[in-house]
Design a protein around this ligand. Structure first.
Ligand SMILES: [Zn+2]
Ligand SMILES: [Zn+2]
Length: 297
């Protein structure tokens, strides 16, 4: 079995409407791409901040600007007009756990991805509201990111911890290598968005929460399409999660059909190297494990 659970039926820009993208024909394009690549379990997980109901959870100005759609219409669309699993990508907002739980538990999701795109009011992966232009050091940002990630795991709100080391999004592990200026959009990688040395001292901050929860750790090939040029999470982070007994989920974070299963050969190679033999599969928020299947690159 192969899965792709972290997918979006539309790009992130606000002009990409539900009316244009939440259509049976669009869902079929994603399904066809998955079929071609041997991916049997396909689900969609739209961003919570695109839905009006998310404003009951958090009133960040970016959310207020983006919260245009109705979450129940999205759920009905996926259930009634597609054969995809129904998921959602929900942010962990410290202090809003009860409101987040109310929103999520009122709907019949197959799984909930827990993400951290913000630290406080500041965004980790966007220029708008970006955290990197302030006076915080990379060390402080990374420390707060992984501390809060551990809280996200421990909160019990989520089934899968999405792109677990997203904080590295702008900073390649090997910035002097030939891939430094290749491809991904975003500002030129400035020095100082990644602390020096062994990063396990940051990962450690999240591990207790991960070990105490039953949350699955997402292996996401999206990092390869970003300036980070590396799968989320880094191999050392993944090793620590496996030692902590965490189950693994596999996804691409595709925002278009072409990216379904993108670079899965590299993800599967990593999982094999670390001795992972099973992937998490979800239905009505119940998890089971299935042996990893064959990928068609
Ligand atoms: Zn995300
Ligand atoms: Zn996503």
């Amino acid at each position: 079995m192969l899965t792709d659970y972290h997918t979006h039926l539309r790009p992130d820009d606000i002009g990409a409407t539900a009316a244009d993208h939440f259509t049976a024909a669009n869902a079929e394009r994603y399904r066809a791409a998955a079929d071609e690549r041997g991916i049997e379990e396909l689900g969609v997980s739209e961003h919570i901040h695109r839905f009006r109901q998310a404003l009951d959870v958090w009133q960040h100005p970016f959310w207020r600007e983006n919260a245009l759609d109705d979450i129940d219409e999205y759920c009905c669309f996926v259930r009634d007009h597609t054969d995809l699993r129904l998921g959602i990508e929900a942010d962990f907002i410290p202090g809003a756990e009860d409101r987040t739980a109310n929103l999520l538990e009122a709907r019949d999701f197959d799984y909930v991805l827990g993400s951290m795109h913000f630290i406080g009011e500041r965004a980790v992966d966007m220029n708008e509201w970006g955290i990197w232009t302030g006076d915080r050091s990379a060390e402080e940002i990374w420390r707060r990111y992984f501390q809060t990630l551990g809280e996200a795991a421990r909160s019990g709100l989520f089934d899968i911890l999405a792109h677990p080391d997203l904080v590295k999004v702008w900073s390649p592990a090997h910035p002097t290598g030939p891939t430094r200026s290749a491809g991904p959009t975003g500002p030129t990688h400035p020095a100082g968005r990644r602390p020096e040395g062994d990063l396990r001292r940051y990962y450690e901050l999240a591990m207790e929460g991960i070990a105490e929860s039953a949350i699955a750790i997402e292996v996401s090939t999206a990092g390869l399409r970003k300036r980070a040029q590396e799968i989320y999470p880094a191999p050392a982070f993944l090793e620590m999660c496996l030692e902590a007994g965490a189950p693994i989920a596999l996804s691409s974070d595709a925002h278009r059909p072409e990216d379904i299963g993108a670079d899965y050969d590299r993800a599967i190679e990593l999982l094999e190297r670390l001795g992972v033999k099973e992937l998490s599969v979800f239905e009505h928020r119940r998890r089971r494990s299935e042996p990893i299947g064959a990928f068609v690159p």
